[in-house]
Structure formats: C-alpha cells, structure tokens
Design a protein. Structure first.
Length: 133
C-alpha cells in the first residue's frame, strides 16, 4: 500500500490531535473535579490555614507583617475570628470553583478546535488515499 505525502501529513496531524485530545481531556476532568469538589483541589496552604482559628490567626498575622502599620494590626478574636475564617474559606472555595469553570471553558474551546482539526485532516487523508488508489 503506497502512501503519498498528503496522506502521511494528514495522518500525522490526526495522530497529534488525538494526543492533544487525551492531554486536554485529562486537564478538563481535573477542572471538573475543581468545580464539583473545590475542597479537594484547594491548595494545601489555603486548606491548612482555614482548619483552625489559631492557624487562621497566624496566617493573618503573617499576611500583615509587612504593613506600615503592622504594630497596630490585631487579628480578630473569638467569634469574630471564627466568622472571618469561615467567610474566608467560603471565598476560597468560590474562587477555586470559578477557576475550575474557567478551565473547563478554555478546555472545551480547545477540544472543539481539536475535533474540527482532526475531522478535516481525517477526511483529507481519506481523500488522498482514495486518489492514490
């Protein structure tokens, strides 16, 4: 079976689009997990700082240590600290979910372009094979 240059080119593009499809699909699955279970994909640092009031207080102190008025900064205490920690954790989860949605949208666009590129080159390879026979 003799192959012409156009068919080899088209099949090579198809091969690389399949490889790209698999990689992007794996990334899209991770983004889907990020949307469905943001607690799981949240960074370790962000997760650990929200586990206890003490860890959150230490995190707030570290974040504010370079402020010009660092000596006047006092992290909240008691129930206010707990409320701030819960609110911050909810905000972190919403941000993680948003990042997941953005990734899903980006990967959906890439996958659509990938499928179109594959279909065009598959037909091109079939046509080149038919013309060579």
């Amino acid at each position: 079976m003799k192959r012409n240059l156009l068919e080899i080119y088209a099949l090579a593009v198809c091969f690389f689009t399949v490889a790209c499809f698999v990689i992007v699909l794996g990334i899209a699955v991770w983004d889907g997990v990020s949307v469905l279970a943001p607690e799981f994909t949240l960074s370790n640092h962000n997760w650990e700082r929200h586990q206890t009031d003490e860890a959150f207080r230490k995190s707030l102190s570290n974040e504010n240590r370079y402020r010009e008025d660092k000596d006047s900064y006092k992290p909240p205490e008691g129930a206010a600290l707990t409320d701030a920690r819960i609110q911050s954790y909810d905000q972190a989860l919403r941000a993680e979910r948003r990042i997941g949605f953005q990734g899903l949208a980006r990967n959906a666009i890439i996958l659509l372009l990938n499928i179109a590129l594959f279909a065009i080159h598959w037909k091109l390879a079939a046509r080149a094979r038919k013309n060579a026979s």
